[in-house]
Write a protein that binds this ligand. Structure first.
Ligand code: GLU
Length: 425
């Protein structure tokens, strides 16, 4: 299959924001987006940067850089996770915030897009240090966050505990309990059943929809999963339940191969009792990260971080289908090569949108004060993911573009229309 998409720009490296904008430009051109809407949508609505002084366990004060970017709040309050990593920088947070806008629009939930991050190395910090830093961040964002304004959630290196601290700090500052200010909370604090598994579940559901369109039988198909955090491990587990053979996994220590397929439940238990890594897992042959990406498999799930499939390795990718569990794992420079090779890609803004979909359900339950069964959460999330895939697929057929550009077309069209209805000054 080949598509009518403009050739990549000549620059050799684009940061994640530029990669996002390149796809935005292509979709905007196909949609015939007017100049005013284009100018409004390309710029984030709000950028907040803070310096957070935190007393470390050794008594010294360390100052951390924190960010929150609201890309767009046309469809509703801005929504998006908070990541803790030394790689956090403004360009990355801006790209991630924009992806949240498109993601929420693709799956039709009433949210805009935002994202936050703190530049830190969470693995080297104690629980107390992480708690103080998270509370300091929440306190400095108290006027940014809000159940009707901007709603954070987990992302890379953050999870239920950080969300509990955010909920607690925000509630204390407001003077009343406010669970709907953040999603991805522990169940006892108003979290939703199904939220932990939601992103991986959406990866599995969209992978199945894509395989059905491509005539690939999941049973016996081979799959490599890059990254073994929340998204990677649960995607692998759920894809295995569909009959796929997970022959390769990876984590920050490297890649692991087993031609007979991994027992994912055992790999998760091993990781949890082995300092968070699957290094040394019985039956796993060590391979490099690049070996994993270029394996001869049917399905590749990049679920680690941005910029993994690039102009340098795109030509060596042999998978028939890529399902993007991570945000931005494929650089713009790689898109054309993958398209030419006929490799189908379920793009991040669709494939990993199961997480924010169930975050929406969590927020709805918090506001109702009435909690759903896991079966109801999963049924509604699966329906949302399937319908969104079908809409993207139909748009791709209509415009003869990749699924990625089709997802951008669906999203930009929706956000631009609300922009027109709401108007500007
Ligand atoms: N961090 C996740 C994402 O990138 C979840 C965001 C949310 O639930 O708000 O989609």
């Amino acid at each position: 299959m080949s598509y009518i998409e403009p050739a990549p720009v000549s620059s050799t490296h684009l940061n994640p924001f530029e990669s996002m904008m390149s796809r935005f430009d292509v979709a905007a051109k196909i949609l015939g987006l007017d100049e005013s809407s284009y100018n409004v949508l390309k710029s984030p609505q709000k950028i907040v940067m803070v310096h957070l002084p935190v007393i470390m366990d050794n008594g010294k004060v360390q100052v951390f850089e924190g960010f929150r970017v609201v890309h767009n709040a046309n469809l509703g309050p801005s929504k998006g996770g908070i990541r803790y990593s030394m790689d956090v920088n403004l360009d990355e947070v801006k790209a991630l915030a924009a992806w949240m806008t498109w993601k929420c629009a693709v799956v039709g939930i009433p949210y805009g897009g935002g994202k936050g991050g703190i530049k830190c190395d969470p693995k080297s910090m104690s629980k107390g240090e992480l708690e103080r830093m998270t509370r300091a961040y929440t306190a400095s964002m108290v006027d940014v966050f809000g159940p009707e304004k901007d709603i954070p959630a987990p992302d890379m290196n953050t999870g239920q505990q950080e969300m509990a601290w955010i909920m607690d700090e925000y509630s204390k500052l407001k003077g009343y309990s406010c669970p709907a200010v953040v999603t991805g909370k522990p169940l006892v604090l108003g979290g939703s059943l199904g939220r932990v598994e939601a992103t991986g579940r959406g990866v599995m559901v969209t992978a199945r929809s894509a395989m059905a369109k491509m005539g690939i039988n999941p049973v016996g198909s081979t799959c490599a999963v890059q990254g073994f955090g929340n998204v990677g491990s649960i995607s692998a587990k759920l894809l295995a339940t569909q009959g796929l053979k997970i022959v390769a996994l990876s984590d920050i220590n490297g890649g692991y191969y087993n031609a007979d397929g991994f027992d994912i439940e055992k790999a998760i238990a091993y990781r949890d009792s082995n300092n968070g890594t699957i290094k040394g897992f019985p039956g796993a042959k060590e391979i490099s990260n690049n070996d994993l990406l270029t394996l001869e498999v049917d399905v590749l799930v990049p679920a680690a971080m941005e910029d993994q499939i690039t102009a340098e390795n795109a030509n060596d990718i042999k998978a028939k289908l890529i399902v993007e569990g991570a945000n931005g794992p494929t650089s713009w420079m790689a898109d054309e090569t993958l398209n030419k090779k006929g490799i189908m890609v379920v793009p991040d803004i669709l494939a990993n949108a199961g997480g924010v979909t169930v975050s929406y359900f969590e927020w709805v339950q918090n506001r109702l004060g009435y909690y759903w069964t896991e079966e109801r959460v999963n049924r509604r999330a699966d329906r949302t993911m399937k319908q969104s895939f079908e809409q993207v697929y139909a748009t791709a057929q209509k415009h003869n573009v990749s699924w990625r550009i089709a997802a951008y077309i669906v999203a930009i069209d929706k956000v631009a229309n609300t922009q027109k209805l709401r108007g500007v000054f």
